[in-house]
Design a protein around this ligand. Structure first.
Ligand SMILES: Cc1cc2nc3c(=O)[nH]c(=O)nc-3n(C[C@H](O)[C@H](O)[C@H](O)COP(=O)(O)OP(=O)(O)OC[C@H]3O[C@@H](n4cnc5c(N)ncnc54)[C@H](O)[C@@H]3O)c2cc1C
Length: 375
């Protein structure tokens, strides 16, 4: 539907190889709430994390390419949500450093992010604040050559595993971003909630955490600009994860419908089953075409095409939910067995519609853009 060029096909091949290596232990990895070293080693050896860091700091591309990132996440998610998160968070967690960090800070961390020798985290959400990030209460004040952070962050991916957290804070009347190394005194980290789709999650407490002034990211009071730039590159890559998951669910259901017989014929010959599979195939192809196109547009002008990235995220993650639900139905009682692959996919599909912009939040902002004349 959307022709990938030879460079994108090459990186897709590498990502598919990593996914295939992880496949034998994917179920185990997707239960992990700490770093799964099989996934880490496979990803590190592939060199794929270099695509989330600018070339000047050990990365692959001068400017990050959302289509490359999308193609990689689609392939990784096909196999394992843990693997996909490990790759995605290296980019999401470090991008405000790439864009807004002081030179020496970038030199210190980004080459390690590219080789997975440092794990990145992004700390925005708080116990009482999710979608409405302007309501955060974590504060930062300048004190001589240092910045002092106080507050709490919640549901942070890689919490406890990350080497640094790019952290959103209130500063005077605005919102700022600061990089806090995990080893900084005063930063306490506890294990986060257990989710239906297990995930490395941490709860962070900042008690008079002091970092040097050069750990500030971006312009004081202008953190939302940094976050917008991060979303403009990475939101569409979550959509790609949805496509990878949907493809895996469709493949699982198809295999079952081809091999199981009822009423003297394979399930796939029953009209209602074949309709479901064909509908899912249509949904997967439509989502993939939309995601690739939105990612290609995001490469040329990420902020200018954020609406399309938001639409792609809504469309692909909602499609993934429908495809995986139809797949469970197609598999009958076998789709309900705890520990089966389709059950894992069913659970892994659910968070995609909540994090990095819940569906309703994205639709709300798209509606406002539509009313203002966007098209
Ligand atoms: C697996 C996982 C990993 C995460 N990792 C991170 C991380 O690394 N860093 C981080 O900072 N956070 C992380 N989060 C938190 C995530 O960003 C929040 O869950 C998300 O922003 C939504 O916030 P909330 O859950 O508090 O929902 P709420 O803000 O309480 O919203 C609940 C629901 O209300 C509706 N809603 C809310 N606002 C609107 C609106 N304006 N218009 C219409 N409907 C609306 C939506 O349906 C939404 O799902 C993670 C969450 C999960 C599940």
């Amino acid at each position: 539907m959307f022709d990938l060029g030879s460079e994108h096909r090459k990186v897709q091949e590498v990502a598919r190889e990593v996914a295939a290596k992880v496949q034998p232990f994917a179920a185990e990895a997707d239960e992990a709430v700490t770093v799964h070293h099989g996934c880490l080693d496979a990803l590190r050896n592939s060199g794929l994390a270099r695509y989330v860091v600018p070339a000047a700091y050990g990365g692959h591309d001068e400017v990050l390419d959302p289509l490359t990132l999308a193609v990689v996440r689609e392939a990784l998610m096909y196999s394992s949500a843990h693997l996909d998160s490990m790759f995605g968070m290296q980019g999401v967690g470090s991008y405000s450093l790439s864009v807004g960090g002081a030179e020496e800070l970038k030199q210190e961390w980004l080459p390690k992010v590219a080789t997975l020798d440092a794990i990145a985290g992004l700390a925005l959400t708080e116990p009482d604040v999710g979608s409405d990030l302007r309501a955060i209460t974590t504060t930062m004040v300048a004190d001589g050559d240092e910045l002092v952070v106080n507050g709490r962050k919640s549901f942070i991916t890689n919490g406890g595993a990350a080497d640094f957290y790019c952290t959103l804070v209130r500063e005077d009347e605005g919102w700022s971003m600061v990089l806090v190394p995990a080893a900084t005194p005063g930063l306490g980290i506890e294990r986060g909630a257990d989710l239906m789709a297990p995930h490395i999650l941490g709860e962070l407490t900042f008690t008079d955490v002091r970092v040097p002034a050069n750990h500030r990211l971006g312009v004081p009071g202008k953190a939302f600009s940094l976050m917008l730039q991060t979303l403009a590159v990475f939101r569409v890559t979550v959509a790609a994860s949805g496509v990878g998951l949907a493809q895996a669910a469709l493949d699982e259901a198809k295999q079952h419908a081809l091999s199981r017989e009822q009423f003297g014929a394979p399930l796939i010959e029953l009209g209602a089953v074949s309709q479901k599979l064909a509908q899912s195939w249509t949904d997967v192809e439509a989502a993939r075409a939309f995601v690739y196109r939105a990612a290609a547009l995001a490469k040329s002008d990420p902020l200018g095409h954020l609406d399309y990235s938001s639409m792609a995220k809504v469309h692909a993650t909602e499609a993934a939910a429908q495809v995986v639900d139809r797949s469970v139905q197609t598999m009958g009682r076998f789709g309900l067995v705890r520990g089966s692959k389709i059950e894992r996919l069913y659970r892994n599909a659910r968070p995609l519609r909540v994090y990095e912009g819940a569906t309703e939040v994205l639709l709300d902002s798209l509606a406002r853009r539509l009313a203002k004349g966007a098209r």
